[in-house]
Design a protein around this ligand. Structure first.
Ligand SMILES: Nc1ncnc2c1ncn2[C@@H]1O[C@H](COP(=O)(O)OP(=O)(O)O)[C@@H](O)[C@H]1O
Ligand SMILES: [Mg+2]
Length: 351
C-alpha cells in the first residue's frame, strides 16, 4: 500500500460502526491507532472512538490489545479511570474499535498551552491520580505508561487515566519475564522515555509499582515547571539527566533494581552540571518539593506508595476531609480529601 492510501485506509471507519456514530473530528493519533470524537446517533452521547490497527498482528500486539481491554473492564468503576463503553470489531477482522466516554482534553495539551493550571488544579490532579493509582495498585496492576497525554481532563478538572495498553499484572512481571527482548515498548519506546523510572532505563527486570510512582513524580514536576522534568533525547541521555539530579545511588540502591545490561550507565559521570531537584524548582511550595523528593528517588522501594502519597501534605492540606461516595455524591468522611469542585474549574479550550 502506498503511504497516502495507507493513511486513508487507516482513517476509514467501517460501515457498521459509522451507522451508529457521527464522527466529529480527530482527537489524537498514537502509535497504535487513531482516536476520534464522535456522537452516538441514537443516544446523542458524545464519545471518543479509538481504532486500533491490526490489533492482533503478532503476539505483542495481541497481548497489548487484550490487556488494554481486560484492564479497562476490570477498573471500570473508578471515577478517575476512563470508562470503556463499547467495543466493535472491524470487517477486516484485524482492527478493533474501542468506544470511551469523552473527555475534553488531556494533560499534555493543557501543559503545552501554558498558564492554565493554577496551584489548586495541580494539587487536585495529583490527588485524583494518586487515588486512581492506589486503586490500580491494590489490584496488583502497574499502569507502566503514565504520562500527561494518557491523563484525560474535563473542564471541571476531573481527571481520568487512559491507555492501559502497557499495563501489567504484578504477577506477570519480574524475574523471568522474557518479553523485554521482543517488546519494543520495554526498551526504546520514544514517547514514554521521559517518564521512565531509572530501573526501566537500565533494563532491570524487576519492575514494581514504584515505576508508576516515579512517573507521577515526573508529571507533578512537569506541571510545576510547565515543561518536562527529564526530557532525555536518548536512553543514555535520560539516565544522565536523572543522575545529574539525584544523589549517586548506593550499592544497596543498585541491588534494589538488580540492574540488567544497562547498569554500567550508572557508573558514567554525567556529562552535565549537577542540579538537585530543589535547585530545579524555584518558587515552588515546600510541600510540592517535598513530595517530588519522595517520588523521584532512585531506589523504587524508597519511593512513596500511592497510599502514602495520599497522606502527603501537598494533597492533604487544601481541603476539608471528604471523599466521593459510591453514587458520586460527596460525603464527609475521614482520611481522604476532595476539594470543593467549583474552586477548581479549569479554563481550557477543548482540544
Ligand atoms: N476518552 C477520550 N476522550 C478524549 N480524548 C481522548 C480519549 N481517549 C484518548 N483521547 C485522546 O487520544 C490520545 C491517544 O489516546 P490513547 O488511548 O492514549 O492511545 P495511544 O495508545 O495511541 O496513545 C490521547 O492522548 C488523548 O489526547
Ligand atoms: Mg497514549
Amino acid at each position: 500500500m502506498s503511504g497516502k492510501n495507507n493513511i486513508e485506509k487507516l482513517s476509514e471507519i467501517d460501515g457498521h460502526v459509522a451507522k451508529h456514530y457521527n464522527i466529529v473530528r480527530r482527537l489524537g493519533k498514537g502509535a497504535y491507532g487513531i482516536v476520534w470524537k464522535a456522537v452516538n446517533k441514537r443516544t446523542k452521547k458524545i464519545v471518543a472512538m479509538k481504532k486500533i490497527f491490526d490489533a492482533f498482528r503478532n503476539q505483542t500486539d495481541a497481548q497489548r490489545t487484550f490487556r488494554e481491554i481486560m484492564f479497562l473492564l476490570s477498573f471500570a468503576n473508578h471515577e478517575n479511570i476512563i470508562q470503556l463503553i463499547g467495543l466493535h470489531k472491524a470487517n477486516n477482522n484485524q482492527d478493533i474499535y474501542l468506544v470511551f466516554e469523552f473527555m475534553e482534553t488531556d494533560l499534555h495539551n493543557v501543559i503545552k498551552r501554558g498558564n492554565i493550571l493554577k496551584d489548586i488544579h495541580k494539587v487536585f490532579i495529583m490527588y485524583q491520580l494518586f487515588k486512581a493509582i492506589k486503586y490500580i495498585h491494590s489490584g496488583s496492576v502497574i499502569h507502566r505508561d503514565l504520562k500527561p497525554s494518557n491523563i484525560l481532563l474535563n473542564t471541571q478538572c476531573h481527571c481520568k487515566i487512559a491507555d492501559f495498553g502497557l499495563a501489567r499484572s504484578v504477577t506477570q512481571v519480574g524475574e523471568g519475564d522474557s518479553e523485554s527482548s521482543g517488546d519494543p515498548t520495554l526498551t526504546d519506546y520514544v514517547a514514554t522515555r521521559w517518564y521512565r523510572a531509572p530501573e526501566i532505563l537500565i533494563a532491570s527486570k524487576r519492575y514494581t509499582k514504584g515505576i508508576d510512582m516515579w512517573s507521577l513524580g515526573c508529571i507533578l514536576g512537569e506541571m510545576l515547571l510547565e515543561k518536562p522534568l527529564f526530557p532525555g533525547s536518548s536512553t543514555i541521555n535520560q539516565v544522565e539527566r536523572i543522575m545529574a539530579t539525584l544523589p549517586p545511588p548506593t550499592p544497596e540502591d543498585i541491588m534494589s533494581v538488580s540492574a540488567g545490561y544497562g547498569s554500567n550507565l550508572l557508573e558514567k559521570t554525567p556529562d552535565m552540571p549537577r542540579r538537585t531537584l530543589r535547585e530545579l524548582f524555584i518558587n515552588v511550595s515546600e510541600s510540592a518539593i517535598d513530595l517530588i523528593n519522595k517520588l523521584i528517588i532512585f531506589n523504587p522501594t524508597h519511593r512513596l506508595t500511592a497510599v502514602e502519597a495520599l497522606e502527603h501534605s501537598y494533597v492533604a492540606k487544601y481541603g476539608t476531609v471528604f471523599t466521593y461516595h459510591e453514587n458520586m455524591n460527596m460525603k464527609l468522611i475521614s482520611h481522604v480529601i476532595v476539594f470543593i469542585i467549583v474552586q477548581v474549574n479549569l479554563n481550557v479550550v477543548p482540544t
